[in-house]
Design a protein around this ligand. Structure first.
Ligand SMILES: Nc1nc2c(c(=O)[nH]1)N[C@H]1C(S)=C(S)[C@@H](COP(=O)(O)O)O[C@H]1N2
Ligand SMILES: [Mo]
Length: 314
């Protein structure tokens, strides 16, 4: 597959506030510091745990959203429906040790320690655009590895057509689970070919450091061509199945949140347009950005959906 950098697409959205060269070498470079260039505040203690992680494919020099915006405005209904509150509420979540149960149509089912999973899957940094169904977007340097590389190791059988992910259920800590705002536990899923696509990532960190709890530590999914709700946090179960998983959002509002959830400006949410997005961290005077189909990753992923009516399979 031809991998093109996205810098040409993205040059139009570069703002003087958030422009920053993502390569670690550049960040560390004394010349840059002495040139007095403005750097966004990464808001983290040095040295970050994942500072030396190599840059993976698909990443490019992009205007990255400030870390404090990504970490301070999260969607995590297990803690709160308020996007500012989960930062404090999620602090109590214990993310180590962490086990992931693998089950269903797979030759190597079992309960695996996250530590062992990570050992087999070398981490990379990939800077991806992320867009919520509620119409804000951001560009984040995620630290992780292709989901497919991990899934292959468990040897899914030929019957595995879908993969289902489940979030931890622990209402003692996840206080939002005491209310029935969603069908708990949170469940998401992908078709196997989507899951095997190299853009689908298992994520353990961001901005050169561990994932903050509110952003889904210790293990979350990132599917950059889909709306944010597919990117499930705090994963404790992965199940391979013949049938399409019933996802949490689909269960709560089937007419609003389909299984595919591909970013698509042509298909409005029943209650609002999906054609424009607010760039997280931009001022209220900054015009909204025109949303791109598949969030700008069409060249890589459109072929997964050839022949499908995307207004029906939204
Ligand atoms: N377990 C779980 N995963 C979740 C959610 C959630 O409420 N619970 N919210 C989803 C939604 S709607 C979005 S937009 C993204 C937000 O990711 P962020 O908070 O890291 O920006 O997480 C997704 N993953
Ligand atoms: Mo979302």
């Amino acid at each position: 597959m031809l991998i093109k950098t996205k810098s040409d697409v993205l040059s139009s959205e570069i703002t003087d506030r958030a422009v920053f060269e993502a390569r670690r070498e550049f960040i560390k470079s004394a010349t840059v510091l002495s040139a007095g260039l403005m750097m966004p505040d990464l808001g983290q203690a040095e040295p970050g745990k994942y500072k030396e992680v190599p840059i993976g494919p698909y990443s490019a020099t992009l205007p990255v959203t400030a870390r404090e915006d990504v970490a301070g405005y999260t969607n995590y209904y297990e803690f709160s429906t308020n996007k500012q509150d989960s930062t404090a509420l999620a602090k109590g979540l214990k993310t180590s040790p962490w086990n992931v149960e693998i089950s269903g149509e797979v030759e190597k089912p079992g309960v695996y320690q996250l530590e062992d999973i990570l050992k087999d899957n070398p981490l990379q940094e990939r800077i991806y655009r992320f867009r919520c169904v509620e119409a804000w977007s951001m560009v984040v340097p995620w630290i992780g590895f292709p989901l497919g590389e991990m899934l292959k190791r468990f040897k899914p059988t030929s019957k595995a057509r879908f993969v289902e992910f489940t979030t931890l259920f622990n209402p003692d800590v996840m206080v939002g689970q005491r209310s029935s705002v969603l069908a708990w536990p949170y469940v998401e899923g992908l078709r196997m070919d989507e899951a095997m696509h190299p853009l689908a990532l298992m994520v353990t960190g961001m901005y050169g450091d561990e994932l903050p709890n509110q952003n889904g530590a210790p293990l979350r999914l990132i599917v950059p061509w889909k709306y944010g709700f597919k990117s499930i946090k705090a994963i404790v179960k992965i199940r391979f199945s013949e049938t399409m998983p019933e996802t949490a959002w689909y269960k709560s509002a089937p007419s609003e949140y389909g299984f595919y959830a591909n970013v698509n400006p042509e298909v409005p949410h029943p209650r609002w347009s999906q054609s424009r997005e607010r760039v997280l961290g931009s001022s209220i005077f900054t015009p909204k950005r025109t949303t791109e189909k598949f969030n700008g990753y069409g060249e890589q992923v459109a072929s997964l959906y050839s022949g499908m009516d995307l207004s029906k399979y939204f």
